[in-house]
Design a protein around this ligand. Sequence first.
Ligand code: NDP
Length: 333
Amino acid sequence: MRWGLVGASRIASSYMIDALRAQDGADVVAVLSSDAARGRDFAGTHGIAHSFTDLDALLTEADVDAVYISTTNEKHHRQAMASIAAGKHVLCEKPLAMTLVDAGEMVRAAAARGVVFATNHHLRNAGSHLAIKALIDGGRIGNVLSARVFHAVNLPEHLRGWRINDAAAGGGVIPDIVVHDADTIRFHLSEDPVDVIAKAGTSGLGEGVEDSVMSVWSMPSGAMVQTHESFTHAFAGTGIEFHGTKGSIFARNVMTQQPTGEIWLVDESGRHDITFDSHNLYHRSMGLFHGAVKGTGRPSADGPDGVKSLAVALAVSEAAQTGQTVSVDYGGF
Ligand code: NDP
């Protein structure tokens, strides 16, 4: 499978080129950058044969089967629609788009064109999260009453640019991190938030966009979810907890791109440390994507998953702006 990179991004160079090339028979053969010199440098650094500044040229000349879109968020929709129209399979970064309508259009277009479309939500691929889901699905904590997500991090200096100062490019902690937490909660609980309340603000980094948010979500089962996302917390650490009628699951340092962390379960019989696999998150998700293209299974997080995580993030944003409880609109998904 021949991949084209749409966007000469850090996530591509740090994680995704390696994950794509780790798949049998796959290579990365082209990259698109808006800046010809940066594109050439990027291609040279990563051993990519061709660089382009025009997406249509990449789609028609590079003979790629699939594209990985990792430009800033406001570009995803246009680039995905062009790629789908050209018959390419699409792995798109989160958030899929700036609006629910655009995200839905992308996913419906891919289905109509018969190409695989996936969202790059990495956390559900982590050994830690797979172990937590197995505990919940296996009934180890009974009925889930509540969940808490701790995802307040110290945004590294090199990632600060558009994320902290460019709302038009999709900056802000809500589009950046709440989407991942929404996907992770949906993955664990196998249900979609009904409504949300939230407060957001700045705490040292945001310039015209929020850098911190807390929210509470109601789930159809009656479970309540509490989340905290931030760019400004140097020492908080990350984590997730699920509390049920028969036990509680505690996980620390698992809301990360690395296969790290610690999980323990507490129930009537005491504390139980939980072991889990330490495979590369992105390698696993790319394996599932390649399988989906071959017709064996589905991507880790598909198009509707990306629409739904965006829907929750948009509801959190609206709730924070209005101070009202906001019903989550999934746009028909
Ligand atoms: P970057 O800021 O690294 O890249 C975004 C765009 O910025 C690139 O497409 C590139 O434009 C331009 N750019 C990159 N490096 C430079 C530079 N040195 N100078 C000037 N411009 C530059 O973004 P990220 O990689 O952090 O994020 C990209 C997307 O991936 C976002 O949608 C984000 O939400 C998502 N993401 C997802 C993660 C996940 O785990 N799923 C993790 C991190 C990000 P051009 O292509 O035109 O050259």
